[in-house]
Design a protein around this ligand. Structure first.
Ligand SMILES: Nc1ncnc2c1ncn2[C@@H]1O[C@H](COP(=O)(O)OP(=O)(O)O)[C@@H](O)[C@H]1O
Ligand SMILES: [Mg+2]
Length: 261
């Protein structure tokens, strides 16, 4: 079966800094993978590369078999629509309610999206679906709240509802719980993983805690200084090797003057 995500010898750099140094892996449909690695090892650059925003120096990325690099603009748009992103900082629009933020998830699918997101032209069906999405993340009773009136965990739930509204096939989550307290962290990961399973989605998710990675992942990919060091089913991911990801020259700019990533 065609993998959901396929990376073949991907290399990405910025000026003199070589960030991704030949990254290869396939993620089968339905698998939830956690990407681990020290700050500055290239995780976010890899995740950004997956929707065609980063220019590859070499290598190839395919999403459900479609190569990002030979795609027409129209195909690229379709591929991007099939990918849902969840970020550390939630990226909700502060002026909009939770409900309107979720409606935004339908934007990629139609023209005049901005108007419809404000609830002016959204169809009854879209509104109903947006409420369903909020309901699935346990936020229906907060539909009219703005992000500032919600806790971090609640905001991330809304962001997950927006992602669900988009109806993606692949989910890319970059440190989705890094801004949350330990209780909210587990609640959000429980929710995210439940939705990924229920919808039969494929996911690549960065986390920075080994214990969380072990509790949620099907498989762990460990990166160090722009290369994959570990790629194993969670039960076979050796603790010492995982710890070693964080020791020594882990950042891609280790030889440069290090700046926090
Ligand atoms: N747009 C960019 N321009 C220049 N350097 C960048 C850019 N994006 C990331 N980097 C550098 O690439 C390295 C890896 O960053 P990143 O992918 O964010 O790592 P991680 O997510 O693992 O912390 C860092 O040294 C960072 O400063
Ligand atoms: Mg990062």
């Amino acid at each position: 079966m065609t993998p959901a995500i396929s990376c073949e010898q991907v290399q990405v750099g910025y000026g003199d800094l070589q960030v991704l140094r030949g990254v290869s892996f396939d993620i089968p449909v339905g698998q939830g993978v956690v990407l681990l690695g020290a700050n500055g090892c290239g995780k976010s650059t890899l995740l950004r590369s997956l929707n065609g925003l980063e220019k590859l120096q070499s290598g190839r990325i395919r999403i459900h078999g479609d190569s990002l690099h030979d795609a027409s603009r129209r195909d690229l748009r379709r591929i991007r629509c099939s990918m849902g992103y969840v970020f550390q900082q939630f990226n909700l629009v502060p002026q909009l309610s939770a409900f309107q933020n979720v409606l935004l998830g339908a934007m990629g699918r139609q023209r005049f999206g901005l108007l419809s997101c404000l609830g002016l032209t959204a169809s009854a069906e879209e509104r109903e679906r947006a409420m369903d999405c909020l309901d699935r993340v346990g936020m229906a009773d907060r539909a009219l709240h703005r992000p500032s009136a919600l806790s971090g965990g609640q905001q991330q739930r809304v962001a997950i509802a927006r992602m669900l509204m988009q109806a993606p096939r692949v989910v890319i989550a970059d440190e989705p719980v890094a801004s949350l307290d330990p209780k909210a962290e587990r609640e959000v990961l429980d929710l995210l993983w439940r939705i990924v399973r229920e919808e039969g989605l494929s996911m690549l998710c960065t986390l920075h805690q080994l214990d969380l990675a072990r509790d949620y992942a099907d498989r762990i990919i460990g990166m160090k200084a722009g290369r994959i060091e570990i790629d194993a089913p969670v039960a076979e991911a050796d603790r010492d090797r995982l710890d070693a990801l964080y020791i020594g020259m882990a950042r891609v700019d280790a030889q440069h003057d290090g700046e926090a990533a």
